[in-house]
Ligand binder design. Structure first.
Ligand code: SAH
Ligand code: F3S
Length: 467
């Protein structure tokens, strides 16, 4: 009765939360299993950002509830954003659900499962559903455990929770609450611990990481708390690469732009959510920057690091978006030349200001605009990848590919790379000569069979590695 399967929807924050819950459950004597049909307990860690993500999880739970009706000992629960957003209301539609735990209460899951699975005498009443979506001060500090016994070359580290912005389309401030950062020392200790266990790359996570520590940690030498944190992590031995997501364009001041130049471990890949290329739309979305300002940030980052890779988030079909607004988005999309992008069709979220805005855009128009940007992206991404043909890229070897015998890893620009290697190179930085490129992946060969470390790779004079 103690085999648990967690299915995760949505973003990397959710992946990280699921992992922390899994690790707490393992510590409590539960066993994590890889397949839902092997589990006695199934938890869905949910996403609310778009309606489709909620519908998927609800559909899945309906399916699980059918199994529960045959097997009353089977335990099913919702965690995370949709649990927070909808709470007990979910029970009206899905009365068989045992557990609903919101985004600030993940660390109580082991206790709740203990009580739901406690042995009961025959005929005793079945425990009623547990719903907990309370706010809890300090809950951002509870997401720190990592699953033991797994070599983790690249790890996610949660540095903050919540968002104080008020983008008119976004439900995150409601599902994740106000901004709360973890103390710098605690994050540094976590990353040092990861490095000691073999982690080489960390991705710092939060809903708006560039606001990390704002109002809590004073600026030092003109550097924001976030940049101070990056500097501390850059100094940790064993860590070779730093990434972060998701920032906000307004956080890209001179100190952060300079960090890309000055901190060798900070990879030249930036996710810079644009949302729309039209100033009129940005105002209506309550995004506090103009296209002019956005392009200035892009230019300053390129000045700082000429081979920077850019990724973004775009929403098409926001209420009131005209052909002209969309054309402006297309233009900015091409002008920046994004290498990667998450393109979303606007989805109405209840309780957000955009929900009741006039001029909602028809689904077919959203779909067409979505396809148009996807095809632009495909071309841009492919041509950037093709520009790497014949070059040497520094790849962090992550492990064997899920399918096939070869190995995979990523370049500093976050491009997935496939190559032949040996187990002993896992966790190493290795130069790969790029021989084939598609829009999504690079294929190549390791340059030196004996390369053991970044230093040797650098000595071998691998161009393109600038770590
Ligand atoms: N900073 C946050 C952003 C949250 S949502 C983070 O990365 O965690 C991620 C992206 O989803 C947003 O940048 C936006 O492009 C998209 N998004 C948010 N609400 C949306 C909605 N109602 N409809 C469509 N896309 C949305
Ligand atoms: Fe959402 Fe805007 Fe914050 S997109 S997470 S309210 S910056």
């Amino acid at each position: 009765m103690n085999r648990v399967y967690i299915k995760t929807y949505g973003c990397q924050m959710n992946e990280r939360d699921s992992e922390a819950v899994a690790s707490q459950l393992v510590a409590r004597g539960y066993r994590m299993v890889a397949r839902e049909d092997e589990a006695d307990i199934v938890l869905l860690n949910t996403c609310s950002v778009r309606d489709q993500a909620e519908q998927k999880a609800i559909g899945k739970m309906g399916y699980l509830a059918r199994r529960k009706r045959r097997d009353p000992h089977f335990v099913i629960g919702f965690m995370g954003c949709m649990a927070q957003n909808r709470g007990a209301e979910l029970l009206e539609r899905l009365p068989d659900v045992d557990l609903i735990v919101g985004t600030q209460r993940f660390h109580h899951v082991p206790d709740y499962l203990d009580s739901l699975t406690a042995p009961r005498v025959e005929g005793a009443p079945v425990p009623s559903s547990i719903v907990d979506t309370e706010d809890e001060a300090g809950s951002q500090n509870t997401i720190r455990e990592h699953l033991p016994d797994r070599k983790r070359v690249s790890a996610f580290v949660s540095i903050m929770q919540g968002c104080n912005m008020a983008c008119t389309f976004c439900i995150v401030p409601r599902t994740r609450g106000r901004e709360r950062g973890r103390p710098i020392e605690e994050i540094v200790r976590e990353v040092e611990g990861l490095a000691a266990q073999g982690t080489r790359e960390v991705t710092l996570l939060g809903q708006i990481v560039t606001s990390y520590g704002r109002g809590e940690i004073p600026a030092k030498d003109g550097k924001s708390p976030f940049v101070q944190l990056l500097e501390r992590i850059n100094a940790i031995d064993g860590i070779e690469r730093i990434r972060f997501t998701s920032p906000h364009p307004r956080g890209f001041n001179a100190d952060l732009v300079a960090a890309y130049r000055d901190l060798p471990k900070l990879c030249e890949y930036v996710h810079l959510p644009l949302q729309s290329g039209s100033d009129r739309m940005l105002r209506s979305m309550n995004r506090p920057y103009s296209i002019g300002k956005y392009l200035e940030i892009v230019a300053s980052l390129r000045d700082s690091v000429p081979n920077m890779y850019f990724s973004t988030d775009i929403i098409v079909g926001f209420p009131g978006e005209t052909e002209e607004d969309f054309r402006a988005t297309r233009e900015v999309f091409e002008e920046v030349g994004f290498d990667m992008a998450y393109i979303f069709k606007y989805s109405k979220r209840s309780g957000t200001p955009a929900e009741t805005m006039d001029d909602q855009v028809p689904a077919a128009v959203k779909e067409a605009r979505n396809q148009e940007l996807l095809s632009l992206l495909h071309g841009q991404s492919e041509s950037r990848n093709r520009s790497l043909l014949g070059t040497f890229q520094e790849v962090l070897v992550e492990g064997r590919a899920r399918k096939g015998d070869h190995f995979t890893g990523r370049t500093r620009g976050n491009r997935m790379t496939h190559f032949d290697a040996g187990e002993r190179l896992v966790g190493q930085l290795a130069p790969v000569r790029i021989e084939r490129a598609t829009a999504s992946s690079l294929y190549g060969s390791l340059v030196l069979s004996g390369v053991e470390s970044k230093r040797e790779a650098a000595l071998a004079g691998a161009p393109g590695s600038h770590c």
